[in-house]
Design a protein around this ligand. Structure first.
Ligand code: ZN
Length: 451
């Protein structure tokens, strides 16, 4: 912790003196760079990603409110993994024991079998989830030959970082550039392990993952195919693999970097909601309802801040979450909705990876609340539609601001579109609660973002 703090302070000093604070942050994870790359490929990427989250959260609520939910989503998914070890010296050619240990940590984290769930505060224990996703080293290579799920490739490259602030090339993913070509990314989770240190670095990327997209060539946003992009997968600095690695960086000795990166690979954002490049603050959300809103990354769990006041169920920042930035000795959980999001992505966009899968579209019909557009713009009203098997059911929608103040309440009928008068409201995050008029039962709780 002390070492880490010094590191952060020296970064701040440096960034002020050269005036590029925007680009220098203590980013151990390359997610921001990956999002920026995706936006360059397709300017509508964030819009598409937001709609993906909305669809997933909608499905989550449908299942939660379904009387038949016990039968709707019980499958376990197993994903075949290959580690591509790239080495310039013997230290980087990590021992298989580290990889075996990493697999154990990864599976324990995703299956909530990690012993450190005792670190989870009581307020979050109920939503800490078994994702029912697990990982196994591939036993056959793409040609059908037996394998231990590990390739080893000597390289002349001393590092795959390209500058002192932690930016990197993707050369590790190409045999022709000193790396190793992926195995079919629609069938295997490719994990490249290599040196990401740069001489005299001031910021270090420990790992990065390719977030889901929805088409091989990004030609429109209608296709829902598994990506065949040969860069699909996860990259980790060699010393993050396996617990108690002698070269571990910043006391991250519990092998949780890969857990975090596989979270991104399966669609998760950081808990502080960095969907838009360097954007942060209480108005930027991670798209997941059961992670408390937080202003920025947390680097430790020594403080337990509550950086944003949620109008409903206000809770402190979830430093226990694998998708925050706290050290390995803090993180111990995914939430129920994060777990659902990852399963949703496997069903929709990475369909070749799991051995077993279900089709969420077969979930039976029940009441569904649709807000659109969301995010919306100021000066614009928002539509709300409550779909139900029964016409003319009575519902009440309330809108609540970040301070918990109710702004308005409306009577609504099912299956007919209504307008929420949001045009006059200031930018920010609001909550829309919908309840049955007769019973008072809340059937939907959604965030509405005005920007
Ligand atoms: Zn990350």
């Amino acid at each position: 912790m002390f070492k880490k703090l010094l590191f952060v302070l020296s970064l701040l000093t440096f960034s002020v003196s050269i005036g590029i604070a925007q680009t220098i942050e203590n980013d151990f994870c390359g997610h921001r760079f990956e999002i920026e790359k995706n936006i360059q490929k397709n300017p509508n990427y964030l819009q598409w990603q937001n709609s993906l989250f909305q669809e997933a959260m909608q499905k989550f609520q449908e299942i939660e409110s379904s009387k038949r939910k016990i039968n709707s989503d019980t499958e376990y998914y197993e994903i075949k993994v290959v580690f591509h070890v790239l080495y310039n010296n013997t230290e980087q050619n990590i021992n298989e024991a580290f990889i075996q240990d990493q697999m154990l940590v990864l599976n324990n984290a995703f299956r909530k079998k990690n012993g450190d769930t005792t670190r989870i505060r009581d307020i979050f224990k109920a939503i800490a989830a078994d994702t029912r996703i697990q990982f196994v080293l591939a036993d056959k290579d793409p040609q059908g030959n037996p394998t231990n799920g590990i390739t080893r490739t000597p390289t002349s490259r001393t590092t795959f970082s390209i500058n002192r602030i932690g930016q990197y090339s993707t050369d590790m993913k190409y045999t022709s550039r000193g790396g190793r070509n992926a195995w079919d990314p629609t069938k295997y989770l490719n994990i490249w392990v290599c040196n990401m240190r740069f001489p005299d670095q001031i910021s270090m990327t420990l790992g990065f993952a390719t977030p889901p997209t929805n088409a091989p060539n990004w030609d429109g946003f209608n296709a829902t195919k598994d990506t065949t992009d040969p860069e699909t997968g996860v990259v980790c600095h060699f010393s993050t693999i396996g617990r108690n690695h002698p070269q571990a960086i910043n006391a991250n000795v519990e092998a949780k970097t890969l857990v975090h990166e596989v979270g991104h690979f399966l669609g998760l954002r950081h808990t502080w909601g960095d969907g838009g490049g360097t954007a942060q603050g209480c108005n930027v959300d991670d798209g997941i309802m059961d992670t408390p809103n937080s202003r920025d990354r947390n680097y430790s769990c020594n403080n337990r801040p509550n950086t944003c006041n949620d109008a409903i169920d206000d809770k402190p920042d979830m430093t226990e979450n694998y998708m925050d930035y706290a050290l390995d000795n803090c993180s111990a959980m995914f939430t129920a909705q994060q777990a659902f999001m990852m399963r949703f992505v496997l069903n929709k966009l990475r369909t070749g990876l799991p051995f077993r899968k279900i089709n969420f579209d077969t979930i039976p019909d029940f009441v569904k609340v649709i807000l659109y557009p969301n995010p919306t713009f100021n000066n614009q009203n928002t539509n709300i539609l409550i779909e139900s098997p029964n016409n003319n059911e009575d519902f009440i929608a309330s809108m609540i601001d970040m301070n918990g103040k109710q702004i308005f309440e409306l009577n609504l009928l099912s299956n007919s579109k209504s307008n929420l008068p949001t045009a006059v409201l200031a930018n920010g995050i609001y909550f829309i609660l919908v309840r049955e008029k007769e019973s008072g039962k809340i059937i939907s709780k959604q965030k509405l973002l005005i920007n």
